[in-house]
Structures are given as structure tokens and as C-alpha cells.
Design a protein around this ligand. Sequence first.
Ligand code: NAP
Length: 248
Amino acid sequence: MTETAELAGNTAIVTGGSRGIGLAIASALAEGGARVAVLGRNGARAEEAAATLAGEGHMGLSCDVADPEAARSAVAAIEEAFGGVGILVNNAGITRDNILLRLKDEDWDEVIDTNLKGTFNMTRAVTRGMMKRRDGVILNVSSVVGLMGNAGQSNYAASKSGLFGLTKSVARELASRGIRCNAIAPGYIATDMTAELDEKQTEALQERIPLGRLGAPEDVAGLVRFLAGPSAGYITGQIITVDGGMVM
Ligand code: NAP
């Protein structure tokens, strides 16, 4: 834990926190002093991830965010264990890429159900408790693809653009209850999700990134930690890119 520990006494849920960007976010929030619940479909991997975090009292849970009942019962279990949830990071996300004409119904549905509806499911589940305490932070991990679109990712881009409307509506609806809601739009970050890119594709991408490199999960996690904490207390309803300057 760092000296500042600005999140000490706070509690957080990170969906998709078992690897990649989510794991870096969970680590950063724990470094900030928060107790963290890591969620993923694979419960054993979520528990393993939780065990690596700084500090004590973290937990890992199996939860498919696309399933409203699973989201409700995971939040209830975490609220019981932690005594409330102060920070929700909706990070779980998937891709099922294909050109429009080849995109199957299930490719569309799975991506929308996980990335967009999953965020709604989790947000609805934590909101009552946050409203009661008149305090809370909701952070939605979107993508620059939601801002720019991307050939071969119409389902993913639609889900990530949808998060912007959800974020701004939740921010407006819950601001008077002391709840802030922001969206983070990462550019290309080196994780399992981008591991399929070959060397040529990575080089071509780097040419489009003014800072000349793919991001690291920690680049996103630092922003999330800031937005979750008191220094961001006057920021709500925003889309903040962390993309090496790709979109400006
Ligand atoms: P990743 O390495 O593929 O990890 C995805 C995480 O989400 C895993 O922990 C996975 O665990 C979990 N997950 C997937 N579906 C889930 C579901 N239905 N319910 C609960 N958990 C689920 O992905 P990543 O690259 O770290 O991406 C994290 C987020 O950042 C995503 O929303 C992604 O769209 C966004 N993003 C990534 C990039 C990038 O370049 N990597 C860029 C912009 C935005 P289980 O498999 O155990 O469920």
C-alpha cells in the first residue's frame, strides 16, 4: 500500500479483474487502500487474482455479468462481506470480431450482453446501496473503438458507444445522490485481447499512436485509481481517453 492510501476504508468491485486491464485496476485500487472484490466467469482464477493484491480482505468470485441474477447475487454477497460497495469498475468485456456480413446473431448478442448489458446489470445492482450511503463511484471501461468505430468490430464498437450514453445518463440521474459515473476509453493495450495481433498489425498500429507504443494495463489502471478517488470528486459524466494520443 502506498503512503497516500487515498482509498483506505473504501471497497471496490472490479468485473473481469482476473487478468489484463482488470487485474491491473484491481491491483491499483488495492494499492490505494481499497478492499477489492474481483469478478470473472472463472471463479478460481478470480480468487487467485484477489490473493495477489496488496493489503488484506480481498475476495474473488465467479460471476457472469451478462446474467442479471448472477450480478444481483454477487453484489449481495460482496455487500454482506464488505458492508457496502463504494466503487464499481465495469471492466469485463469480450470481442467476437467479424465483418458485418459474416457477423452471426450470437456474435452480436454475446458482445452486447457482456459489454453493455453486463454494465447495466452490475450498475443497477450496486446503485441502491450507494444511494443509501449517498456516496459512490461507477467507472465504465469502454474503448476508443466506441468513439471512432472499427471495421470488423461493429458489435464491439456498438457496445462500447452504448456505454457512453449509459455513463452520461447514470451520471445525470445519480449526481444528486452523491454518485459519480465516468467512462474510460483505452486505446490499444497489450493484453490477451490484443495478443492475436501479428507483428505487422502491431507495427501499423504503432504508427497511428503519437506516443509510438501500445499501452500497458497499468496506464489504464492509474487513471481508474485517480477517477475512483477524492481528487476526482468534481468529475462526472465524462469520457476520458488513455490511448497514447490516438484520438485527439
Ligand atoms: P482480457 O485480457 O480478455 O480480460 C477480460 C476479463 O473479463 C477477464 O478477467 C475475463 O475473465 C472477464 N470476463 C469476460 N467476460 C466476462 C463475463 N461475461 N462476466 C464476467 N467477467 C468476464 O481483456 P482486457 O484486454 O483486459 O480488456 C478489459 C476491458 O478493457 C474490456 O472491457 C475491453 O473491451 C476493454 N478494452 C481493452 C483494450 C485492449 O486493447 N486490450 C482496449 C480498449 C478497451 P473470465 O474469462 O474468467 O470471465
